[in-house]
Write a protein that binds this ligand. Sequence first.
Ligand code: SAH
Ligand code: SF4
Ligand code: F3S
Length: 456
Amino acid sequence: MEKRVFIKTFGCQMNVYDSTKMLSLLRPLGYTETETAADADLMLLNTCHIREKAAEKVYSDLGRLRDLRLKREKIGKATLIGVTGCVAQAEQDEVTRRAPYVDVVLGPQSYHRLPELVAAAEEKHTGKRPNLIAADFTPESKFDQLPMAGSKQGSSAFLTIQEGCDKFCTFCVVPYTRGAEYSRTAAAVLEEARILIAEGAVEITLLGQNVNAYHGLAADGTSWGLAQLLHAVAALPGLQRLRYTTSHPRDVDTALIEAHRDILILQPLLHLPVQSGADKILSAMNRKHTAAEYLDTIAALRRARPDIAFSSDFIVGYPGETDADFEATLELVRLVEFVGAYSFKYSPRPGTPAAELAATSVPEAIKDARLAALQELLQKQQYSFNQRALGTEQEVLFSDTERSDGMLFGKTAYLQSVIVEAPARLRGRIERVHIEHAGTNSLKGRLIINEEPLAA
Ligand code: SAH
Ligand code: SF4
Ligand code: F3S
């Protein structure tokens, strides 16, 4: 019988990638994806633990899924509910305590066990529901056992090359939820990249919580850094755009800077989280670099690739952050001129060193004010970057789906969103677009050439 699975994905791109893997794993069990939770025989929340808000959202969503399950029960339909991702890893016990009706709890290192647990849960489906939990740290077996083919990612695909983190920034849960740093072999990455291209990818984004700490075993027995891997992936026929995320400023080495100079399809946008512009705060966060070193790295990358632009992540209100420290962050932002950014109020996370620093915590109202000031500056920079695109010609990768108004939606090399009137057959292709309108969050443009005959 055909069954349906609904997955709601929170958090970072690695979760998005993992969700595609889970769908591939579930297909042989007869599951096809649905976007409507109420239609689903299996409902999964692929969760994020990075900030309190994200983690708490899971419990309210679970309540909603339980209501849906009760409704379905009344019409004689059974439903399984599962929690995967970083909350499942970090709070297994709390999930089963606060939501005892959950059938499956699965940490990110155990996704290869999904089919087995779902099958077991289907069996036990009546009567009392024992939660089936898997939360081991075995990245090797995970990647060896996840299917490479059939992830249905389309023209723009994610590819996880590295997982986990050994950096232990004082505010961050990732080393606890994703475990120690682990790099896949170069051969495995290249094989998966070839498959993604064969399945239609023209753009690949290599992923890792710490992607430029990559050090994977290569066929010649040596260990490759990210730069070597980028060269090898870029050489695969058919690939037109290459990106990687998220990198740590500390691990940007000379080889990586030169890769930005030498690899033409490496896109001229780098997401390089800095968190703060104050050395005192950077040190307290255990980031192990100064603001000046960050600026030097940016300068070196600009020398190597003059058209490169930067985006970043920021945390405001880290314990002990003074007005002067925050001013240093604004100053750094003014110096770099970011074209996009994510900024957050510091959120104390259980088990992290910074969560012990309540005595020097920054009042909520001050955090709010700093966040608003920072976001205003970042948005101005994003707007002026978008304005500079006005009247220029940009290469745009059109997404695989058509908008309801019949327009196509796409992304420039700098990941600016562009809306263009274009025929549906250009979905998933890169075309030249003349930019005619630029707002803070998106651009509008006109298709430039269309040399091919219109007939399908
Ligand atoms: N590996 C990346 C970050 C991964 S987490 C890096 O080293 O930069 C994504 C972002 O979430 C971080 O860059 C940070 O800005 C934010 N973040 C992480 N923990 C947080 C916390 N406790 N409170 C607020 N924001 C946090
Ligand atoms: Fe978290 Fe720091 Fe590791 Fe990034 S580098 S994932 S912020 S511990
Ligand atoms: Fe969130 Fe886990 Fe990613 S905590 S940001 S989903 S690694």
